[in-house]
Design a protein around this ligand. Structure first.
Ligand code: NAD
Length: 497
């Protein structure tokens, strides 16, 4: 797929149909209450459709369906080769329906069609294929039990997994959860974010087409305080796998304590430090990455490089470059293939980000570019790429996750100070360091408390590397073979010979 692809995305969007009901037992059904909610497009603020508002009763039905599937063994007891076949088929179907899925994603959450089509959808397919490929190549263990006995250490699926996902990468976050959970034989109830339910509902249909038995995957769109809460408190859910804000993650810990002590795996927010040392080999490349690291996906990325830490001696010259690259990220129509950024997910998020920009100014940070709403004539929720200079660690824009296109620049004298500032946060999702000096790079990589550290690059990696946080960025890992661990339990079998 490249810029020359002759697709009229506006025309395709006008002809798109939506799945809008709850997916239980392999069928679309209305909410028990009959209630629906508006699904708005952030592109122009218009109503795309109305979607069933799942609540406690719907969650009960979805969990019962998933439980029935699990207990029947219809999926859990399938030969791993057969589970592999289904996941590989699902990956194929995601690619076959890539244009449609990309459009759903773009219309629903506002990201540029080029990103949806060339990043979100293919990476979701690759993730499904990766876990499919993996599952018939994993062995259990035999313990060192001596000559008179034998011990087996077996991995077994947990049961019913509730996957509660955010709106910034709706399809990809769903597949990051579903693929390893399904590969290991679990049943799943997926709750997409209320801002972006459309691709998850289509995905459920594709899973049936891939011959996943009905009931193994159920999808309940709805609000966090209703459907999300009901899943968190459900006595028959064995595990919640969550990606979202640190604030909501705390609810899930409470829900688990208030109900059945279900396991929780929590991928949350971040305040990623992007460190640039004066000796970096290519400062221009670093500046390009500093801009891309915060403006990609409208800054709505958990590991966005939202704190730029630049060595004092190069700060002015470096920031000039970053400000110049920021111009490449001025938002455009999400349906235009040439747009690099689109709209914020909704009006609330738009207002929230603008509020942070005002707070930055009020607390004394220096606005270098951006700072306002954009494309207001469209009725959509756009924000200019914004760069602040003169930020200190005490300022709100250096401490809180903004989740928008706002970069806060701080300075440091030497590597020790850079590491200290990098760690001066409640978060620990990711960090990046640009330097030619191997020992500075490795010292920083070891000392920074974060789940991922990138050296001389930003947001690099693939499905083979675990992703998740230290500190209040959460616990548990998505991606890689390590993700399989959280969806399984160990069973020890001891045999006297
Ligand atoms: P959010 O926490 O508001 O919502 C996430 C999910 O939780 C949604 O499905 C929502 O409906 C549900 N939810 C909300 N309130 C709830 C409640 N009281 N009880 C139960 N469920 C509830 O997050 P968001 O605004 O959708 O997404 C943005 C956040 O996600 C950011 O903080 C971002 O950093 C984080 N994120 C993290 C990662 C990661 O891998 N670490 C990846 C993407 C996004």
């Amino acid at each position: 797929m490249d810029a020359a692809t002759p697709i009229d995305w506006q025309d395709r969007a006008a002809r798109l149909s939506f799945r809008t009901q709850i997916f239980i037992d392999g069928r679309f059904v209305p909410a028990a209450s009959g209630k629906t909610f508006e699904c708005l497009s952030p592109r122009d603020g218009r109503v795309l459709t109305r979607v069933a508002a799942g609540d406690t009763e719907d969650v009960d039905r979805a969990v019962a369906s998933a439980r029935k599937a699990f207990e029947s063994g219809i999926w859990r007891d399938r030969h791993p080769r057969e589970r592999k076949k289904v996941l590989l088929k699902l990956a194929e179907l995601i690619l076959e329906n890539a244009d449609e899925l990309a459009l759903l994603e773009t219309l629903d959450m506002g990201k540029p069609i080029r990103d949806s089509r060339s990043i979100d959808v293919p990476l979701s397919a690759r993730c499904a294929a990766y876990y499919g490929e993996a599952i018939d190549k994993l062995y259990d263990q035999v313990g060192p039990s001596g000559p008179d006995s034998m011990s087996l250490i077996l991995r077994e699926p947990l049961g019913v997994i509730a996957a509660v996902v955010p709106w910034n990468f709706p399809l990809m976050m769903a597949v990051w959860k579903l693929a390893p959970a399904l590969a290991t034989g679990n049943s799943v109830v997926l709750k997409p974010a209320e801002q972006s339910p459309l691709s998850a509902l289509r995905l459920a249909e594709l899973a049936i087409e891939a011959e996943l038995p009905p009931s193994v995957l159920n999808v309940v769109p709805g609000f966090g305080e209703t459907a999300g809460r009901a899943l968190g408190l459900h006595m028959d859910v064995d595990m919640v796998t969550f990606t979202g804000s640190t604030e909501v993650r705390k609810y899930f810990l409470t829900y688990a304590g208030q109900s059945n002590m279900k396991r929780v795996s929590l991928e949350c927010g971040g305040k990623t430090p992007h460190i640039v040392m004066a000796d970096a080999a290519d400062l221009d490349l670093a500046a390009q990455n500093a801009a891309g690291g915060i403006f990609f996906n409208q800054g709505e990325v958990c590991n966005a490089g939202s704190r730029l830490l630049v060595q004092e001696s190069i700060k002015d010259a470096f920031l000039e470059k970053v400000v110049a690259y920021a111009r490449d990220w001025v938002p455009g129509d999400p349906l235009d293939w040439n747009s690099r950024t689109g709209a914020m997910v909704d009006q609330r998020q738009h207002g929230r980000v603008l509020g942070y920009i005002e707070k930055g100014k009020a607390e004394g940070a220096v606005l270098r570019t951006g700072g306002g709403a954009a494309r207001t004539e469209t009725g959509g929720f756009y924000i200019e790429p914004t760069v602040f200079d003169g930020v200190s660690s005490a300022m709100t824009i250096a401490r809180e996750e903004i989740f928008g296109p706002v970069l806060s620049t701080l300075t440091f004298k030497d590597a020790d100070e850079a590491i200290r500032i990098a760690n001066d946060t409640i978060y620990g999702l990711a960090a990046a360091v640009w330097t030619k000096d191997l020992s500075t790079a490795m010292r920083a990589a070891k000392a920074i408390r974060a789940g991922s550290v990138w050296i001389n690059c930003f947001d690099a990696g693939d499905i083979t590397t675990p992703f998740g946080g230290f500190k209040q960025s959460g616990f548990g890992r998505d991606k890689s073979l390590h993700a399989l661990e959280k969806y399984t339990d160990l069973k020890s079998v001891w045999i006297e010979l």
